[in-house]
Write a protein that binds this ligand. Structure first.
Ligand SMILES: Cc1cc2nc3c(=O)[nH]c(=O)nc-3n(C[C@H](O)[C@H](O)[C@H](O)COP(=O)(O)OP(=O)(O)OC[C@H]3O[C@@H](n4cnc5c(N)ncnc54)[C@H](O)[C@@H]3O)c2cc1C
Length: 375
């Protein structure tokens, strides 16, 4: 069991009300538009839902990691995957907090907490995803500036982002040791966005290509140590992978609830679906899988909170929970018959969204490599 307090319960209420008022009524429109309203970010900032576990000194909510778990659970109860808050608050902000200079932290984090600045992380390129060491985007030093040239793709929040953590080669001859992280503001000359990419799921989340054509930034925009970008990424990635696991378990739990409601209500051959042995056995299996998944996940969350979540365990959580999510959501969808294929039912959107969890934040095959290396 996770150590939730009364304050966490209050925070959960706040998130639930925010989702009901500000997200649920608009999500279908955002799906057709391919992005959420920018205004939502300011509203989330005002409600204290961004950077919830960043210290108050930097404008954050000063909470612990459980606030991130609550955010994910409450948004996933209705499969509201549009707002890219998780990436912004739980991936980009920790990069700045852990790697940034005092000046970077003071200038960037409060604006991210208020929703004025939206963050993104750009690692993947058209020619390099899993094999990050072979990225080709370059940051060349010229006097007191870094000049960034290259192209990124599949970038979450890419359409709305104001600040992008870009993985670049500062020493192209040095392989993984030549990778550095550079902060690029979206209003710099030479920066442009490609089209919002059309996806099979997560349709309300903007995912874009980004282009860097000799973009000049001050050398002080280097994030962390030059040449240590790869190592920095590896340090931060276990949390990112655990976040995928949290989404997976939240969705499985929600899917089980929707399905139980449906099979009690829906009748076939004169009796509720829950009375058929197949329904009972399938849902008994789902319940067992979700219970085991939750136990493992909670253990991983506690490890992260103690600073003990290692690369291999985070990789296990990411691959196993996201694979299981696809399996469980598919089994639940089947119980809905044709209704399960209709997008107005959350189970249909859960099915669409789940697929990418096996691909991003490091594909599940790469996760198994990481686990295997620890054997
Ligand atoms: C919706 C979405 C959002 C994303 N958001 C971001 C983002 O915000 N920032 C960002 O930087 N990236 C983002 N990505 C990119 C994502 O992280 C990559 O797509 C992912 O890492 C896989 O890289 P790739 O697509 O280049 O596939 P590839 O690396 O070409 O892999 C293709 C297949 O080969 C397999 N494979 C590759 N290498 C090995 C190996 N050594 N052993 C066994 N199998 C292997 C992979 O597992 C995969 O199945 C996003 C992607 C999507 C779809």
């Amino acid at each position: 069991m996770l150590p939730y307090s009364e304050e966490h319960a209050q925070f959960r209420d706040t998130v639930r009300r925010f989702v009901e008022r500000e997200v649920a009524p608009h999500h279908a429109r955002w799906e057709s538009e391919g992005a959420v309203d920018r205004d939502l970010w300011r509203k989330a900032g005002d409600a204290g839902l961004l950077l919830t576990n960043i210290p108050a000194d930097y404008g954050g909510g000063d909470g612990d990691f459980l606030t991130s778990v609550i955010m994910i659970e409450e948004f996933m109860r209705g499969v509201f995957s549009g707002p890219g808050f998780r990436l912004h608050s739980d991936i980009v902000a920790p990069y700045i907090l852990h790697l940034g200079t005092e000046e970077q932290k003071r200038s960037i984090l409060p604006r991210m907490a208020s929703g004025e600045t939206i963050g993104a992380v750009a690692m993947t390129e058209p020619g390099a995803g899993s094999d990050l060491a072979s990225i080709r985007t370059i940051a060349r030093r010229e006097g007191n500036e870094l000049v960034v040239s290259g192209q990124k793709t599949f970038i979450t929040n890419g359409g709305l982002a104001d600040l992008i953590v870009v993985a670049c080669k500062t020493d192209p001859a040095a392989g993984a040791k030549g990778v550095s992280l550079v902060l690029v503001e979206a209003d710099r000359p030479g920066f442009s966005r490609g089209k919002n990419l059309e996806k099979i799921g997560m349709k309300a989340q903007d995912t874009s290509e980004l282009f860097f054509d000799e973009v000049r930034v001050p050398a002080s925009n280097l994030l962390g140590t030059e040449g240590k970008g790869f190592a920095h990424l590896m340090t931060e990635l276990p949390r990112e992978r655990l976040l995928v696991g949290i989404v997976a378990v939240s969705v499985m739990e929600a899917a089980l609830c929707w399905t139980l409601d449906h099979v009690h209500e829906r009748k076939a051959f004169g009796r509720p679906l829950i009375e058929f042995q197949n329904t009972r056995f399938v849902l008994a299996e789902v319940k067992t899988k979700v219970t085991v998944a939750r136990t493992f996940l909670d253990d991983c969350v506690l490890r992260l909170m103690r600073g003990e979540l290692d690369v291999a365990t985070a990789a296990m959580a990411k691959w196993w929970l996201s694979d299981l999510e696809c399996e469980v959501v598919d089994a639940c969808l089947q119980m809905f018959g044709g209704y399960g294929y209709m997008r107005e039912y959350p189970i249909a959107r859960a099915y669409e969204d789940a697929r990418v969890h096996r691909i991003y934040a490091g594909s599940n095959e790469i996760m198994k490599e990481l686990v295997a290396r620890s054997l």
